[in-house]
Ligand binder design. Structure first.
Ligand code: FEO
Length: 169
């Protein structure tokens, strides 16, 4: 496999673990605010990000590529109000989409159809992730200023169930 693609895949492992870290940080923020549903939602999101990291790792393993695990950056976002973590999350997902697109672009250039096929799942996943993250911002803006609205949103997010990724390697 093209060295540049291998490097980007390796880097993506770290980026996905960072995403998990960021969402744990957001979960902690809402836990401190006693919004247990939001805290739970982001705990589940962190589990999904860990799964994404493992999928990249497994893909590299199954292609005989050397994996180097790097240090994970500490989450350094500051949250000024209840809306701010939701906006940070939505922005972060757009960043991750750009990263996936970059790997896809390199794979396409190199005619690495196997990696493109692997990344197809992530292309779809990022659409869903951006959509969910944007919905959390919109719904907060619509209902979250009202205590009863916020309570109902929190209840709803408390019901999120973790599901393992549909992609297996
Ligand atoms: Fe692994 Fe939220 O993208």
């Amino acid at each position: 496999m093209n060295e540049k693609i291998a490097k980007l895949l390796n880097q993506q492992i770290n980026k996905e673990f960072y995403s998990a870290y960021l969402y744990l940080d957001i979960s902690n923020y809402y836990d401190e605010k006693d919004l247990d549903g939001y805290a739970h939602y982001y705990m589940v999101q962190a589990q999904e990000e860990r799964d994404h990291a493992l999928l990249f790792m497994q893909y590299m393993q199954s292609n005989g590529l050397k994996i180097t695990l790097e240090a994970i950056d500490r989450p350094d976002k500051t949250f000024d109000n209840l809306l701010s973590p939701l906006e940070v999350a939505a922005e972060h997902e757009r960043y991750v989409t750009a990263l996936i697109n970059d790997i896809y672009h390199e794979a396409h250039q190199a005619k690495d159809y196997r990696t493109m096929k692997f990344l197809d799942w992530f292309i779809d996943e990022q659409r869903e992730e951006e959509d969910s993250a944007d919905a959390m911002v919109s719904r907060y803006n619509l209902f979250g200023q009202d205590p009863r609205g916020l309570y109902l949103l929190d209840q709803e997010y408390a019901a999120r169930v973790y599901t393992a990724p549909s992609l297996t390697l």
